[in-house]
Write a new protein. Sequence first.
Length: 55
Amino acid sequence: MYTSSSNSGAISSDTDNKLLIIAGLFIKQVYNKRAVFVIACMVPVITTTISRHHG
């Protein structure tokens, strides 16, 4: 389990493999950045679509 905020975080793991834990944190960070990017790209598209239908 991994939880975090802007200035702290906590990890609870059932393995002592440090490389596996670091890889998991890296993958989570990559997916979080990708999700933010996708949302940022979709907002203008959705806004434009809504304004065309209601305008």
